[in-house]
Design a protein around this ligand. Structure first.
Ligand code: PLP
Length: 391
């Protein structure tokens, strides 16, 4: 089947965060938005059909979809990523960020230290600090445009007060798809130090040819037991507004502690429409996703090609996964505030502020290229024109 990812879908006026909050986020409605991580594409047709079918029945009472959805999610992980999840490992929760917080609260104690690897998805900081734990930064390092984990730095920072590490796999914003060797080396360090790994794998399906997502827990039983994995159809299928996600805890003790908190808060029941969308996505969305990945891969190539030709002094590498490009403006802007102002007021584009990913993001901005190619090129042309004017 073919899908039209070139179609322009008007999202303004649909209570859409990306397009309807421009004034609040950027102080002007005069920017094209390439910020928050959802896509300007219609979701897979099977999802809309399932939602419409369910909505056409006029009673929206308590549901009992959980088993069907778990099996669809487990079959998806096995088929796409070769990871066999056992039924009694998996739980359902309303969103990955909420689930990360639940894991922090149930598996560590107040004051414990938790490692994150900035630049990284901003809520990784707040899931730790807002829950009364302390962040330990193990920054990624860049080598010839390629980002890698600094495992020597990690080893130096691990002491008995460090209890957990939050892994972003694939990594938002740098777009790395960690290799089996990288994950195993990281896992071995964490196992040696008794560290629980929270593996946020929300971007696991968005991986370009030549790279392969390896679920952390699939490395072996001891890695599975030391970890909690988070995944969701929300990024993959563009249904982030339905807030439905999955948590996998193979270790019975962690499962019990996490499950107790979810039960105490009564947040494990699931939302009728979120579960309906998730089930349809995992059962019917494979072909749509393959087509989406071709389109996104071509967008990434076009973005990098455009930047090489038209954005002198701006560095960007093709991401290995995700639909996010991490633009390095450091040679053009030494002052981060000046970069922010330039993007909003001169180029008139709304990108994600590099500094929100940690202080390592100074001089960077994140560009979400999950949109029709013409729109992406319009945004990039605006940056190119403004750079030329700036001289
Ligand atoms: C790494 C990562 N985790 C979690 C989320 C959001 O998850 P949710 O909307 O399910 O809370 C995002 C969204 O961009 C993300 O990039």
């Amino acid at each position: 089947m073919s899908y039209n990812f070139d179609a322009t879908i008007e999202r303004r006026g649909t209570d859409c965060e990306k397009w309807d909050l421009l004034e609040k986020i950027f102080g002007t409605t005069d920017v094209l938005p390439f910020w928050v991580a959802d896509m300007d594409f219609a979701a897979a047709p099977g999802i809309a059909a399932a939602l419409q079918a369910r909505a056409s029945h006029p009673v929206y009472g308590y549901q009992t979809k959980e088993e069907k959805v778990f099996h669809a999610a487990m079959a998806w992980e096995a088929r796409r990523h070769g990871w066999v999840i056992e039924r009694d490992w998996i739980l359902n929760t309303p969103g990955v960020v909420a689930s990360l917080s639940a894991a922090v609260l149930s598996l560590t104690s107040p004051g414990d230290k938790i490692v994150i690897q900035p630049p990284v998805y901003p809520p990784f900081f707040t899931c730790v600090t807002r829950n009364g734990r302390q962040v330990v930064e193990n920054p990624l390092r860049e080598r010839n445009g390629c980002w890698e984990m600094d495992l020597a730095d990690l080893e130096r920072k691990l002491d008995p007060t460090v209890k957990m590490l939050i892994l972003c796999s694939p990594h938002n914003p740098v777009g790395r798809v960690w290799t089996r060797d990288e994950l195993r080396t990281l896992g071995d360090i964490c196992l040696r130090h008794g560290i629980t790994v929270l593996a946020d794998e929300i971007h696991c399906d968005l991986v370009f040819p030549g790279h392969r997502h390896v679920p952390f827990a699939s490395l072996g039983r001891e890695y599975a037991n030391a970890s909690v994995t988070f995944f969701s159809p929300s990024k993959t299928f563009n249904i982030a507004g339905t807030y439905t996600s999955f948590v996998v805890l193979p270790d019975p003790d962690k499962h019990r502690r996490y499950g107790d908190l979810v039960a105490a808060l009564d947040i494990g029941e699931g939302n009728l429409f979120g579960l309906t969308a998730a089930e349809a996505a995992y059962k019917t969305g494979g072909d749509w996703l393959d087509n989406l990945l071709s389109y996104l891969g071509a967008n990434a190539d076009a973005l990098v090609d455009f930047a090489r030709r038209e954005l002198p002094g701006v560095r960007v590498e093709k991401p290995e996964g995700t639909y996010l490009a991490w633009l390095d403006f450091r040679t053009r802007f030494t002052d981060h505030d000046a970069l922010k102002k330039f993007l909003i007021h001169d180029a008139k584009v709304g990108l994600s502020d590099g500094l929100s990913f940690g202080r390592q993001g100074a001089g960077f901005a994140r560009f979400n290229f999950a949109c029709p190619r013409t729109l992406m090129l319009e945004g990039l042309s605006r940056i190119a024109d403004a750079l030329r004017k700036k001289g």
